[in-house]
Ligand binder design. Structure first.
Ligand code: PMP
Length: 437
């Protein structure tokens, strides 16, 4: 038996459970740019929760939409039935997507969006008579959530090695991180477009007729802010076109203004065939994800199907009323406050702030795009605890939430951030770095 306030029952995700339960750090409230920690102090949110609270915490319009909908229509199935909010949310979302990607499949998370996108790609190839195209291509250091599809195309060994053989027929491009040529980049690094040619090599190795789709994050977030080199995504798009391979952008992080436009595709000027979304879609107030699909992909699947269900895929909570209501309210805030553009307006100031850490103790690289920043620390040889993890704990206690991955600090504050708060983030990190051995 455990007591209600015992910490042992909750098996926490992606957590050092043994450490946490000895040293619990918790939040009890959130508003605007700040959390309130259980210990009572305010914590400036330098990571938008987990890259997801793009409009800041506790937004009244979202809270009210959820409250109202919960009283009105707590749940309605979307299998063979529907409710207006799901259709409205899909229509509104489709207007933000690049030209042509206007068919929306709803999920409950980024992981589900990724696995849905991979399945849609496979179903499409089959529907158009290219059923030999079953191979999926991911990229080293890609993070695509934790479903079996996502960890198979993903490129994080730690997320793969506990779980057996995963999906078969998957291959990977090399990642684009090249500190020797691209350290201290502001925006897109200059070198590395030719890494996209890895896809030509995989086509030569496996045959284009075996490849269904390639999935990449426009900017890889979870593995430490890896920004695509100038020309890389264009080249990948051209190779996909040449060999009739679908291109999927995983925009779970880059969607909804994170790098200055509704999508990374728009900001970076390259249009994929499928986009996966989650996080900022509801400002994280209710779980929801989505897959935006090129209309031709959608139509091909529908038209090739016998009368009846066209895609044997979905979730009980696809288009859940509370999530749909939250999404509609969130998209309204993004529009009325011009929040996507804010990441561009603040980009220069943000870049100067991030790069002011060049020269600080342990810092070996800084990089940025939109309102994302990466600060890479020199790994501590042989020590069990990463330097960045120590910075994370000290920052929390000093009133700043950051995200760390390996020895990289990743920053992605809500888009409502003001310049003094940018200064505060950087000042706190600058003060902590010298205290870490
Ligand atoms: N894809 C990307 C690019 C992500 O960054 C994440 C989460 N950080 C996911 C997928 C998975 O999302 P979720 O945790 O909501 O399943």
């Amino acid at each position: 038996m455990t007591e209600p306030n015992d910490l042992s029952a909750f098996w926490m995700p992606f957590t050092d459970n043994r450490f946490f339960k000895e040293h619990p750090r918790m939040f009890v409230a959130a508003k605007g740019m700040h959390y309130t920690a259980a210990a009572g102090h305010q914590v400036l949110d330098g990571t938008g929760g987990l890259w997801c609270v793009n409009a800041g915490h506790g937004r009244e319009a979202i809270v009210e939409a959820i409250r109202h909908t919960a009283g009105q229509l707590d749940f309605a199935p979307t299998f063979q039935l529907g409710h207006p909010l799901a259709f409205e949310a899909a229509s509104r979302l489709s207007l933000l997507m690049p030209e042509g990607l206007d068919r929306i499949f709803f999920t409950n998370s980024g992981s589900e969006s990724v696995d849905s996108a991979l399945k849609i790609a496979l179903a499409y190839q089959k529907a158009r008579g290219q059923g030999t195209r079953t191979r999926l291509i991911g990229r080293e250091r890609g993070y695509h959530g934790t479903g079996f599809g996502g960890i198979s195309v993903g490129g994080i060994v730690g997320n793969r090695r506990q779980f057996g053989t995963l999906l078969t027929g998957v291959d990977h491009l090399r990642h684009t991180h090249d500190p020797a040529r691209n350290a201290w980049s502001r925006g897109q690094p200059l070198h590395g477009a030719e890494l996209a040619d890895d896809l030509e090599r995989l086509v030569a190795l496996h045959g284009a007729e075996t490849i269904a789709a390639v999935i990449v994050e426009p900017v890889a977030g979870s593995t430490g802010v890896l920004i695509p080199p100038v020309g890389y995504l264009e080249r990948l798009r051209a190779i996909c076109d040449r060999h009739d391979i679908l291109l999927i952008f995983d925009e779970v992080i880059t969607g909804f203004g994170r790098i200055g436009c509704a999508t990374g595709a728009e900001r970076l000027g390259v249009t994929p065939d499928i986009i996966t979304l989650a996080k900022g879609l509801t400002n994280a107030a209710v779980p929801m994800g989505a897959v935006a699909v090129r209309r031709e992909v959608h139509d091909t699947i529908l038209q090739s199907a016998a009368p009846g269900i066209e895609l044997f895929h979905g979730y009980t909570y696809s288009g859940h009323p509370l999530a749909a209501a939250a999404a509609i309210a969130t998209l309204g805030i993004y529009q009325s406050e011009g929040l996507f553009a804010r990441a561009i307006e603040l980009e220069e100031y943000w870049a100067d702030a991030i790069h002011s850490l060049r020269g600080a103790r342990h810092v070996i690289d800084c990089r940025n795009i939109g309102l994302i920043g990466g600060i890479e620390l020199e790994p501590r040889p042989g020590a069990p605890t990463k330097r960045a993890m120590e910075v994370f704990h000290r920052a929390f206690d000093a009133g700043l939430l950051i995200r760390v991955t390996g020895d990289i600090i990743a920053l992605s504050p809500p888009l409502i951030i003001e310049k003094p708060q940018i200064d505060e983030i950087v000042a706190k990190i600058a003060a902590i770095l010298p205290t870490v051995d």
